[in-house]
Ligand binder design. Sequence first.
Ligand SMILES: [Zn+2]
Length: 174
Amino acid sequence: MLKENTLPVQVDPFRFAENATRLQGALFIKDMRRIAPNLYSNEGEAKVQMEFGVDRQGIRFLRGQYTACLTLQCQRCLESFAYKTEGSFLSGFVRTEEEAAKLSKGYDPFIVEEGMLTLRDVFEDELIVNLPIVPMHPVDDCKVKLPLTIETDEKVEVSKENPFKVIEFLKVRS
Ligand SMILES: [Zn+2]
């Protein structure tokens, strides 16, 4: 069964795995509290797909996919830019740390506490892990132009005179 755009907030992952439930829909970025400090604005949503199941070894799993467009702040010019991100993951549900240690390779262990799984948390974790370390516009789109290439003899001469010019420039702008 495939349910469209009616994502429950929490699910019983073991039951969903037994039922081979599939879900797809959207999660609002504004509902994600932990990622918020990394964002310029919290508009937008993540489009997500989930497939729960049980493999031959009896592992209850969730195969997830997402695409999202986040609004980040460029660390070079300090303006906002749209950051498209997508990914997929395969989580195996366990109840304890010991079970997590025994889980087959290929599964990311997900410890389910108190029997319920908050879907938003699963995808928020993925978005956080895949954020760029230093968010920046692509070079051509950024207002701040760094002197990355030295094309003429004259410029080479300048850089010899002051080898710290580029570093100073970076300090002023950052
Ligand atoms: Zn920029």
